[in-house]
Design a protein around this ligand. Structure first.
Ligand code: ZN
Length: 143
């Protein structure tokens, strides 16, 4: 299902790596949410998911759904080397989430020359192939 997105359509992006620490994250993606791990003791957010809080060493945690609002903290425009399933150039950004932690994701629906530091972005989800949907960001409608 879905139209091929590039000349590389026959080559698929790397698959998700799911483990006991990040299963909740991928379950959230399947439900259309970007879940961020939160320490149940000091309440600090952390991403990517890991078993212990780096601030208070607690192993107790829950997760919060990100609003999807953020700004570009930094970014790169990838040209080379070729990657399976990726059409270049493509933009990969570190996003400052409004919740106060950062997330690394592809930026879509924007030309690389139009990306800037501090640019408001919003969460969306892209089905890259029938077995791979990923959270990505695009220029915010609120901008
Ligand atoms: Zn903590």
């Amino acid at each position: 299902m879905g139209e091929p997105r590039s000349a590389d359509a026959m080559r698929l992006r790397p698959r998700r790596v799911v483990n006991g620490d990040n299963q909740f994250f991928w379950d959230g993606v399947d439900d259309g949410q970007l879940l961020i791990q939160r320490c149940a003791d000091c309440q600090r957010l952390r991403h990517p998911a890991r078993p212990m809080c780096p601030h208070c060493q607690s192993t107790r945690w829950d997760a919060v759904a990100a609003s999807g609002d953020g700004t570009v903290f930094s970014y790169v425009v990838h040209h080379h080397p070729p990657l399976p399933g990726v059409t270049v150039p493509h933009v990969v950004a570190t996003i400052d989430l409004s919740e106060g932690t950062r997330y690394v994701a592809q930026l879509v629906d924007v030309e690389p020359a139009d990306v800037s530091i501090g640019m408001p972005v919003e969460l969306t989800f892209v089905e890259f192939d029938p077995d791979l949907t990923l959270p990505v960001f695009r220029p915010a409608a609120r901008a």
